[in-house]
Design a protein around this ligand. Structure first.
Ligand code: ZN
Length: 170
């Protein structure tokens, strides 16, 4: 609101103060509502920070804990808001593998990236991948992250064994 608007309101109020006592109450109500909104916004921010911290602690100490995927999903939903919908960044390709920026993901890299094929597999499983679990690209194209192109090996050893067996058949 401009200064003019404020001045006008004040003058109007002064002029009407005699007859309309209710104006003061109305002003008081507006101020308190603004304050309340600011407070609740601050609280919301604080709560969000806390949940991120809590999640980081959970993922650090209890990787693969049953509760962490749930809390991660909840916070991911809140981060996927209107603020981000125009954002075009956050995707990078390294050696054919696609990485997406998911800074709130429990297993994000230092710069906040997670392999897209991990995210697709986690969506299928409904939980975060365990450290040993390896989603493998069935057709050999690391950029093809369609759900049907991903096969989950339950250990790094099994994944290596599979590739060695394939090589031996060449
Ligand atoms: Zn593989």
């Amino acid at each position: 609101m401009s200064m003019l608007g404020l001045k006008h309101n004040a003058e109007t109020k002064r002029k009407m103060s005699g007859s309309q006592i209710g104006n003061k109450n109305a002003e008081g109500h507006i101020v308190s509502r603004e304050t309340r909104e600011k407070m609740s916004a601050a609280l919301r921010g604080k709560r969000h920070e806390q949940s991120v911290e809590t999640r980081a602690k959970i993922s650090a100490s209890l990787r693969g804990h049953r509760n962490s995927p749930e809390s991660y999903e909840k916070s991911a939903a809140s981060c996927r808001g209107a603020k981000n919908y125009r954002w075009k960044g956050g995707k990078t390709i390294i050696r054919g593998y696609v990485y997406l920026k998911r800074p709130n993901h429990p297993r994000a890299s230092k710069r906040g990236y997670v392999a897209e094929h991990h995210l697709v597999m986690e969506a299928r499983l409904g939980r975060i991948l365990l450290p040993n679990e390896i989603p493998h690209h069935v057709n050999g194209n690391p950029a093809d992250n369609r759900d049907e192109n991903l096969f989950l090996f339950s250990s790094i050893g099994e994944h290596i064994k599979f590739h060695k067996t394939q090589e031996e058949q060449l």
